[in-house]
Ligand binder design. Structure first.
Ligand SMILES: NC(=O)c1ccc[n+]([C@@H]2O[C@H](COP(=O)([O-])OP(=O)(O)OC[C@H]3O[C@@H](n4cnc5c(N)ncnc54)[C@H](O)[C@@H]3O)[C@@H](O)[C@H]2O)c1
Length: 326
């Protein structure tokens, strides 16, 4: 029986992807080192799909570990595809210490590809990011926009991963799909702007301190829309016989500001809380103040998100506030 391997499947997006793949009847193996994810995240779906899902603990940034682990899994079934979601999700920590993104964002890709080559695993689906584009100002960014000059180590290591995958698709993979995500929101949240705001209000309910002046403006996609898009793109490249695909996934709007998000969070959690903004239009070094995403390509395939940035953020605020028992 064929196996879908979800690497980094214990994290935020992994939860929703695993759930949809299980609903489609796939047999799923989740591999994670649990550094930022948790098996508890997956508890609700483990109960429902116990006979379709198993877990492995492993750090996938090491080729020899991957070879041993993936070979053992392959002997129990046949790994037909890898969904690679493992990465560092704390971008500012990666700016401080570039070894974090070197290991978790880049070496995970390198070491997985090396093991896939030896074991002849044919398909890789890769979670990339709008961070590869760097700061393109007001430009409407499409897949062919460039030059690509990331402004964080995270973005740099995602871009380097994409380059490696492109070369692997030429040399030995049957198929590779690269998805460039915008900011993704929903639950079970472990990081991100909404999570951070609500977490801060949990500690101090009267004041919300915002990094930057709140004018940062970005696109937000709900995780439920994101995973449907990933699966639709993967199915499409299979039926179209496409060896390498690269697609922006995002909402059909110009996004929302951090100020707007802070105000909605406060409204939901404690309307009496005071919002104090910082200075400058960047939350931290490596933060892109704004980006506008062209989703013409994915829309030309007939895909539409069910929620725009505003609706996705409102839904996620409610979900994450509930997660925090607000
Ligand atoms: N959440 C977003 O807004 C967003 C935006 C753009 C791209 N992405 C990408 O999507 C993917 C999933 O993001 P997420 O938000 O679910 O992040 P997450 O941190 O919740 O999940 C990543 C998972 O990878 C695991 N992991 C990290 N390093 C590992 C290693 N060396 N070996 C094994 N497991 C490891 C972590 O424990 C975690 O469970 C990531 O590649 C991320 O870069 C996310």
């Amino acid at each position: 029986m064929s196996i879908s391997l979800i690497v980094g499947g214990g994290g935020f997006i992994g939860y929703s992807l695993v759930e949809v793949l299980l609903q489609r009847g796939s047999r799923v193996v989740v591999v994670d080192n649990w550094s930022r994810g948790s098996k508890d995240n997956l508890t609700p779906i483990i109960r429902r799909y116990a006979d379709q899902i198993t877990f492995e603990t492993g750090d996938v940034s090491n080729f020899q570990n991957n070879l041993a682990l993936l070979d053992a899994i392959n002997k129990r079934g046949h790994i037909s595809e890898v969904w690679h979601l493992a990465a560092n999700s704390d971008i500012s920590a990666g700016v401080e210490d570039c070894s974090i993104d070197l290991k978790d964002t880049f070496m995970t890709t390198y070491a997985l590809l090396q093991a896939m080559k030896v074991l002849k695993i044919p398909i890789l689906n890769f979670a990339s990011s709008s961070a590869v584009y760097g700061d393109m100002g007001d430009l409407l960014i499409s897949e062919s926009s460039g030059p690509l000059l990331p402004i964080s180590n995270y973005g740099a290591m995602k871009l380097a991963s994409e380059a490696l995958i492109s070369a692997a698709a030429e040399a030995y993979l049957e198929r590779a799909n690269i998805f460039r995500f915008p900011n993704v929101v929903g639950t079970p949240a472990t990081h991100g702007v909404i999570y951070d705001f609500i977490d801060r209000l949990k500690i101090n309910q009267t004041v919300l301190r915002v990094k930057g002046d709140g004018t940062q403006k970005k696109s937000y996609l709900h995780v439920s829309d994101l995973v449907k898009a990933m699966i639709a793109l993967s199915d499409r490249s299979l039926s179209a016989g496409q060896k390498l695909s690269l697609t922006n996934i995002g909402p059909i709007d110009d996004g929302v500001t951090v100020r707007w998000i802070a105000e909605r969070v406060v409204e939901r959690v404690n309307p009496n809380a005071k919002i104090i903004f910082g200075l400058g239009n960047r939350g931290w070094v490596g933060d892109v103040p704004q980006f506008r995403y062209s989703t013409d390509l994915i829309r030309s395939y007939g895909w539409r998100p069910s929620l725009g940035s505003h609706e996705a953020v409102i839904l996620a605020i409610n979900q994450i506030a509930n997660q925090f028992d607000f």
